[in-house]
Design a protein around this ligand. Structure first.
Ligand code: TYD
Length: 136
């Protein structure tokens, strides 16, 4: 089985005054944006986002700094080092993910196709494994 996580490279408009990157729903990303949130001021050694979403698709971008996203889709484990502000990963629903190894002053931007809903979270890894088995 192959991973369904995809790298997304966003446009980078280079200019002597600095660079500019953008994204629009249904253009650079394959969904309508319902929510944008960002994680920042993460103390050294801390991890964030250790859970799965039942039906949310998300794009994770290192807006500043860098970090590692560790993922698991069923039995497929992957690790993505993100540190370029125009390069992110698109994560489908039912992916277990954990964000680690934050460089200091990193900003982790997450763009999603759903509003915040605690019922969409699976926070227990065993429950994730069981729910994933029911899908395949
Ligand atoms: P959570 O998603 O658990 O953080 P992380 O996965 O990065 O460790 O969210 C932390 C808290 O913030 C939790 O109480 C829910 C709340 N929250 C919102 O109210 N709205 C949101 O869009 C998000 C992502 C979280």
């Amino acid at each position: 089985m192959q991973s369904n996580i995809k790298y997304i490279e966003l446009p980078k408009i280079k200019d002597l005054r600095g660079n500019l990157t953008f994204l629009e729903d249904h253009n650079q990303i394959p969904f309508k944006i319902e929510r944008v949130y960002w994680i920042y001021d993460v103390p050294g050694g801390e991890a964030r986002g250790e859970h799965a979403f039942r039906s949310t698709t998300e794009l994770i971008i290192p807006l500043a700094g860098g970090f590692t996203v560790e993922t698991q889709e069923g039995n497929i484990k992957s690790s993505f080092e993100l540190n370029e502000t125009n390069k992110g990963i698109l994560i489908p629903p039912m992916t277990w993910r954990k964000i680690t190894s934050f460089i200091s002053n990193s900003v982790c931007l997450i763009v999603t196709d759903s509003k915040y809903n605690e019922d969409d979270y699976i926070r227990d890894f065993e429950e994730y494994v069981e729910s994933y088995k029911e899908l395949v």
